[in-house]
Design a protein around this ligand. Structure first.
Ligand code: PBG
Length: 374
């Protein structure tokens, strides 16, 4: 068979080869076209046909190496004070700000579906400059943790540790003056993070997850947890967290948008050399992180892959963040994309890149889809 690429100068070149001689002076071909010669022998084909393993579903499944399982998925949940509150987040359809009483049902459902865990984000009653309510033993997260552990004792409850939801300025720590400019004061924030970790631990959190990208945050928390007797409480560090525009919908959900400036003074630059993410992970592990995270997931699959290769044996989580959720959800709502296959393909890609754990707003849907067709 002869495939002809249609591009006028190319056609001339092909004809030159196929005819006994080239065109005459006026550019015409006088001679008969020769039959095409056999294609050069392929080193594998026809003995090797890769399509053989794609013919029937059972064989395709047999040779898969990347599988999704509900046990690898963690569901993020937003909790706010009150009772009977279930208010849908406009930019994240199907996700709600829940009061602790309604959180119980959600957590029981997550456990029944076999999810790997839930991660809790709190929206406090009051915000102030230093995020005081993040340190209260009766604050929204301690309340929520107690409810969740009571509702489903076996389900791991992870708490996000950060100050952006608790400060009136929306920055992830105490704002001070650094080199004459207003900026988050790293070391003053560490003290608060350490106290917040102990508050969550006392309430019964199974894992604490610092997300503020402060230098030294893991070490500070580890020391505080150890001093308080929580030697065995694991830390999941948001180790390589980028300053991403894909967090937009989350900031509506958690009511945590920075009121002034942005977070580029502490979150990583998307254009930084990937080695910087490896250094972040390496340092966090040295400070005592038990699990590490790359966030967001989709635009950073290369970082996930490098981290998986570089730190084998370290549980690696990836956060399929709010913007990644909302963009597919919005396209699916218009029937521009078919939700179930695009979600399964997306999460498969994140697992294939090397993440062992995925934080995703689709965790419950995926668990249901997997039950129906493994
Ligand atoms: C900070 C935090 C954020 C997210 C998780 N933890 C927001 C931010 O850093 O701006 C984003 C998660 C998402 O977008 O789904 N507490």
């Amino acid at each position: 068979m002869l495939a002809v690429v249609v591009s006028s100068d190319r056609i001339h070149a092909v004809f030159d080869v196929l005819t006994r001689s080239g065109p005459d002076k006026s550019g015409h071909y006088e001679h008969e076209i020769m039959p095409p010669t056999d294609p050069p022998a392929s080193p594998g084909f026809p003995t090797t046909r890769l399509r053989r393993l794609r013919q029937i579903p059972g064989i395709r499944r047999l040779v898969q190496t990347t599988r999704l399982s509900p046990a690898d998925l963690v569901l993020p949940l937003f909790v706010r004070p009150g009772s009977g509150v279930r208010s849908e987040i406009a930019s994240m359809p199907g996700n709600y700000q829940l009061s602790p009483d309604l959180l119980a049902d959600e957590v029981r459902e997550a456990a029944a579906l076999g999810l790997g865990g839930v991660i809790l984000f709190g929206i406090p009653e009051h915000k102030d400059a230093t995020g005081t309510s993040a340190l209260s033993e009766s604050g929204i997260i301690p309340q929520a943790v107690r409810v969740a552990k009571h509702a489903a004792p076996e389900l791991p409850v992870i708490t996000d540790l950060c100050f952006c939801e608790y400060t009136d300025h929306g920055q992830c720590g105490v704002v001070g003056r650094v080199a004459g400019r207003p900026d988050v004061d790293n070391d003053a924030t560490l003290e608060l993070l350490a106290r917040q970790a102990v508050v969550h631990a006392r309430a019964g959190a199974d894992v604490v997850a610092p997300s503020g990208m402060m230098d030294g945050m893991v070490g500070a928390m580890r020391r505080a947890l150890d001093d308080a007797g929580f030697l065995h409480l694991p830390i999941l560090s948001y180790a390589a967290k980028y300053a991403s525009a894909f967090y937009g919908p989350f900031r509506d959900a958690a009511e945590s948008a920075p009121q002034l400036g942005d977070r580029r003074g502490y979150q990583m630059d998307p254009a930084a050399a990937p080695g910087q993410a490896m250094r972040e992970i390496e340092l966090d592990l040295a400070e005592g992180a038990d699990l590490v995270m790359v966030k967001p997931a989709l635009p950073y699959l290369d970082i996930i892959r490098q981290a998986a290769d570089r730190f084998p044996g370290v549980p690696l989580a990836a956060y399929n963040v709010s913007g990644e959720f909302s963009m597919l959800k919005a396209a699916a709502a218009r029937a521009w994309l078919d939700e179930r296959p695009v979600v399964l393909e997306t999460l498969t890609a994140i697992r294939r890149a090397g993440a062992s754990i995925i934080l995703t707003y689709w965790a419950k849907d995926v668990a249901r889809w997997l039950q129906r067709s493994p």
